[in-house]
Design a protein around this ligand. Structure first.
Ligand SMILES: NC(=O)C1=CN([C@@H]2O[C@H](COP(=O)(O)OP(=O)(O)OC[C@H]3O[C@@H](n4cnc5c(N)ncnc54)[C@H](O)[C@@H]3O)[C@@H](O)[C@H]2O)C=CC1
Ligand SMILES: O=C(O)CCC(=O)C(=O)O
Length: 527
């Protein structure tokens, strides 16, 4: 597997990736250069400089994952990636403290005119009265976007004895209460705040949230801080408000265009503090995001679920801990079910029994789909595209939960429906060992990591022996064997563990044995 690292990503992350993959670091690629080389890579790691456009994704023949060493993924066409089944993951926590502290630094610098006073002194001046500032204590800070960074800024502002009010349509009052602050509407913030800081992504809803009209509603002499994304503030409207004094000052780290156009009106103003997108630029944060992204890329290229994928449903760490041991089992059960199916699958029911029913099991159901679709589709099926591919093939997917698990701590049941009827596979963990414990109603104990042959047959003398003789004559060694419990119709199932692949012609001969209803070879080693 080949990994391309663009932009400045910390050496620790690159070293982790290099232990498992062939890694090439290529900084400052032009869009044309990226387009030309991307077909050769399985994974791409970027920060904010590299734009991963639809065209790049179309050209990417083997790309499986894009890792963003940071939070915002607005430089990546996530929709195009999802359509192509490419996982997009980020490093949502590694730079939180860095961006939080940068915001506070920007707010204090703005309040006390530190950059301007510093520049004046470097100019051999001593201008004390020109740089009189304002205190934070007792001032109202409006926080728009109360996620990781917004909450961190709010906490620090409370320590500075500010009154903090916050707007975030997706955050509940309890969270605000725990921070010692209050939720408010955008209009309340505009009307009341002495400082306003923004900490949400740039979306259709947040684009130009701060425009001429919003600026007109703000308290005269307000100070604004934006360390989130360029485009939340209309830069022309802000420049005008800074010039006429309606806004006393602004501290801006992120811009509508980066690097900033040298003609930008913001660059010529005195009452502004500017940094070139430095929010995440601390030594600690760069190691943090690079290591986090490396873990994500390694998991994605191994075909494991990725907890930081932005185009997959997120999984909370405590849930992941509980369901992670079942991922392989679920995938192998899906693979078993599709091999048993005797025609196009119209529906899949995944039933969960036991304690596992108490957590979100969607990701496990996706693992079942992955195992079920991979053997039948040309394209690689992964945790991102599996649900969409099932839908596109009109396969109905249903999850059922039942706390009762009979003799097992936890039990997974996969039922596939076809026009001909259906098949059932049940699996569980014995300690850490994955086991398939039931196939089509027959109790078995099968290790789903081997190469197996499943043969439904009539329970009568000689049938099993004939299969053994036939495989022996074909040079196939049987290293394990399970025979289920015969049902009322006299039908049973045998599951043979074999050491070699079996030619189709030999499988046909097995199927032709009197009393055998079929012979399906499943090589779990290919999963
Ligand atoms: N300047 C820099 O170098 C850095 C910038 N960032 C940016 O900072 C921003 C915040 O990052 P995090 O706190 O880590 O993200 P987060 O995902 O933890 O928080 C974002 C918050 O915005 C809220 N939100 C969404 N739509 C909103 C709306 N219309 N109005 C108000 N709130 C809304 C969400 O509910 C969420 O609570 C992101 O845009 C990120 O890209 C992050 C790190 C470094
Ligand atoms: O990679 C960087 O330096 C930018 C960080 C950033 O903007 C983010 O994480 O959203």
């Amino acid at each position: 597997m080949k990994v391309l690292v663009c932009d400045g990503v910390s050496e620790q992350g690159v070293a982790m990736l290099s232990k498992e993959f062939a890694v090439e670091v290529k900084k400052k690629l032009s869009p044309e250069e990226l387009l030309a080389i991307i077909p050769a890579y399985d994974a791409l790691v970027v920060r904010s400089e590299t734009k991963v456009t639809k065209a790049v994704l179309q050209a990417a023949e083997r790309l499986k994952v894009i890792g963003r060493a940071g939070v915002g993924v607005d430089n990546i066409d996530v929709e195009a990636a999802t359509q192509k089944g490419v996982i997009v993951l980020n490093a949502p926590e590694g730079n939180t403290i860095a961006a939080t502290e940068h915001t506070v630094a920007m707010m204090l610098s703005l309040a006390r005119n530190i950059p301007a006073a510093h520049a004046s002194m470097k100019n051999r001046e001593w201008q004390r009265s020109k740089y009189v500032g304002v205190e934070m204590r007792g001032k109202t800070l409006g926080v728009v976007g109360l996620g990781r960074i917004g909450s961190g800024v709010a906490k620090r502002a409370v320590a500075l004895e500010m009154k903090v009010i916050a707007y975030d349509p997706y955050i509940n009052a309890e969270h605000a209460k725990n921070l010692g602050i209050e939720l408010a509407s955008v209009d309340d913030i505009l009307a009341q705040a002495d400082f306003i800081t923004f900490h949400m992504p740039l979306t259709a809803q947040t684009k130009y949230l701060v425009n001429k009209e919003a600026l007109a509603k703000m308290k005269p002499g307000v100070r604004l801080i934006n360390c989130a994304r360029g485009g939340i503030i209309d830069e022309l409207a802000l420049a005008e408000a800074l010039q006429n004094g309606a806004v006393a000052g602004a501290a801006i780290d992120v811009f509508e265009q980066e690097p900033v156009d040298p003609g930008s009106p913001l660059l010529g103003l005195d009452n502004i503090v500017l940094t070139p997108h430095l929010g995440a630029s601390t030594a600690e944060a760069q190691v943090g995001v690079a290591v986090d992204v490396a873990y994500g890329i390694i998991a994605a290229l191994r075909g494991e679920p990725v907890t930081t994928a932005v185009n997959m449903a997120p999984v909370a760490p405590h849930v992941l801990k509980l369901i992670k041991p079942y991922f392989n089992l679920a995938e192998r059960m899906g693979c078993t079910a599709v091999n048993l199916a005797d025609g196009p699958i119209t529906g899949i029911d995944v039933e969960y029994h036991g304690d596992i029913t108490e957590v979100d099991t969607k990701m496990l159901t996706t693992a079942v789909l992955k195992g079920l679709l991979n053997p039948i589709l040309q394209e690689a099926v992964n945790y991102v595209n599996a649900p969409g591919l099932a839908k596109a093939r009109n396969i109905r997917v249903k999850e059922v939960k039942n706390k009762e698990a009979a003799n097992f701590a936890n039990l997974l049941t996969v039922k596939v429906t076809t026009a001909q009827g259906g098949h059932l596979v049940q699996g569980t963990l014995f300690g850490e060992e994955e086991r398939i414990v039931n196939i089509d109603g027959h109790r078995v104990d099968v290790d789903p990591r081997a190469r197996i042959v499943i043969c439904p047959h009539i329970n009568r003398p000689g049938v099993i022996g004939t299969v053994g003789t036939l495989l022996g004559e074909a040079g196939i060694n049987i290293s394990g064997m399970q025979v289920g419990k015969t049902d009322v119709s006299g039908t049973n199932i045998m599951v043979l563990t074999v050491d070699n692949d079996i030619p189709a012609a030999v499988l046909e001969k097995v199927t032709a044995i009197d009393g055998i209803f079929g012979a399906k070879l499943i090589n779990f080693n290919t999963i």
